[in-house]
Design a protein around this ligand. Structure first.
Ligand code: CP
Ligand code: NVA
Length: 300
């Protein structure tokens, strides 16, 4: 494993390798056992979109591993004024030991890896969000003991989260169902791959998708960069919501996860959110542990 550009690049063994190391790092942190596996290493973090969890967990993670993280907003980098990605990649490769990037086009992340000489980590693109799903898999395994054979249901937009959840779910042997409007389906190639390699259903029938689910997952109706579509999306997605009624369709002990930030009253009710807050904030915490594992795998 040289980069983390998207989950489909990883084997099932590599995914479990990250999850196991993440569990170990969580244990070490909890028990105040020093774990400076990246002493002196430097991570650049390029952001073209906002972030709370990704930014803070990567920065704290690097510090805890004995390294250092640099926050690089594209508003300040020459990248934001048009310096090409391929030049940025070659320059930053001379200073840093790794780059995490959050941006719009997946191609930019792939190009950083192509032209740079250091590990690249995708911190979210319009196409996928692999770091989030590694933390999600870690959280589901913590609560349920194992992943294989569970049913994971995602409700909402067939966006970056849906794409990565499909890949991560299928690779770890879960059954995945997506409830979305017909016009907002996940990436067609990912759907085709998943249906060949596992059990995936995509439907606009929420109840059918949620039936017998072990995990219900949702995300915002309008993602970062789609602010101008907000009004239109509110109409199309109305009803694509995890509420107490939908919970009835899932297993009685079903978990609820949300990558956050959440819009209560849209994709999830306040009641469901608050009654599953423990799981949701464990999930947010696990971003730290899962990403530290990725950093160690790539940069040690
Ligand atoms: N879930 C997630 O990636 O959160 P941030 O946008 O706050 O980083
Ligand atoms: N789909 C959301 C996820 C945020 C973590 C977005 O891209 O804005």
């Amino acid at each position: 494993m040289k980069h983390l550009l998207k989950l489909s690049d990883l084997s099932t063994e590599e995914i479990y390798g990250i999850l196991n190391l993440a569990d170990q790092l969580k244990y070490e942190r909890k028990n105040h056992i020093a774990h400076p596996y990246l002493q002196g290493k430097k991570l650049g973090m390029i952001f073209s979109k906002s972030s709370t969890r990704t930014r803070v967990s990567f920065e704290v993670g690097m510090t805890e591993l004995g390294g250092h993280a640099l926050f690089l907003s594209d508003r300040d980098l020459q990248l934001g004024r048009g310096e090409p990605i391929k030049d940025t990649a070659r320059v930053l490769s001379r200073y840093l030991d790794g780059i995490m990037i959050r941006t719009f086009a997946q191609q930019d992340v792939e190009d950083l890896a192509k032209y740079g000489t250091i590990p690249i980590i995708n911190g979210l693109t319009d196409y996928c969000h692999p770091c989030q799903v590694l933390a999600d898999l870690m959280t589901i395994r913590e609560y349920k003991g194992s992943l294989k054979g569970l049913k994971l249901c995602f409700v909402g937009d067939g966006n970056n989260m849906a794409n990565s959840l499909i890949v991560g779910g299928i690779k770890t042997g879960m059954e995945v169902s997506i409830a979305c409007p017909d016009t907002y389906r996940p990436d067609a190639q990912i759907v085709e791959w998943a249906q060949k390699n596992g059990k995936l259903t995509v439907t606009s029938d929420l109840k059918a998708a949620a039936a017998n689910a072990d995990v219900l997952y949702t995300d915002v109706w309008a993602s970062m960069g789609q602010e101008s579509e907000k009004a239109e999306r509110e109409k199309v997605f109305r009803g694509y919501c995890i509420d107490s009624q939908l919970m009835q369709a899932a297993k009685q002990d079903a978990m609820v996860l949300h990558c956050l930030p959440a819009h209560r009253g849209e994709e999830i009710t306040d009641e469901v959110f608050e009654s599953h807050a423990e799981e949701i904030f464990d999930e947010a915490e696990n971003r730290l542990h899962a990403q530290k594992a990725v950093l160690v795998k790539l940069m040690k």
